[in-house]
Design a binder for this molecule. Sequence first.
Ligand code: DC
Length: 215
Amino acid sequence: MIVAIDGPAGAGKSTVARLLAERLGFRYLDTGAMYRALTWLAMQRGVPLDQADRLAELAEAEPVRFDEAGRVFIAGVDVTASIRDSRIDRMVPVVARHPQVRQVMRVRQRELAEQGDAVIEGRDIGTVVVPDADVKIYLVANTDERARRRMSERPGIGADALATDLRLRDERDAINMRPAADAQQIDTTDLTAEDVVERIEELVRARRAAPSAAQ
Ligand code: DC
């Protein structure tokens, strides 16, 4: 079974997807980490971020890998911590925007999805990567709450800078950010991660009970 969790930055995807995967005993796949790792490597190697073909070649040559504990590797380097740097936050939408890069990533994401039960988080999982996912969720939250969550993840950055970053990222990500027509939208603004996970688990149970029924 595949559970797709999409939505904008700060809507709660990672926390919810990780917890849900743990509860269900599914693998957890963070597709944003793949774009982040590629951005990190391109910056390390001095590949200009506007050169789509070179970035796609790099993505092809150096596929992102995850270990059992969810650590992220590219070109043999553990980049789990470095890809959360605010410089990567700012530059990753530039890389993720190129269709050539998305094409390579999509193939890799599908390969990983085909390896069994998984909770997959991203922006275009329910629409493009796994359009036949068994359960599709689109998480949203209001802007203040999303900025507040970002602030607790990035304590070194001021509130104004974070709000600006979030707005710029939304603008840059917008092209890939739309819910699948058959996704269940959940507003997480006033919910705990536990609440959200429980709601999704209910949908998973319903899907298991009636596998061929529409959600
Ligand atoms: O979820 P995140 O912040 O780690 O995502 C990092 C970037 O990658 C963000 O700019 C959106 C982009 N992304 C994407 O375009 N498609 C995905 N499936 C996942 C992430």
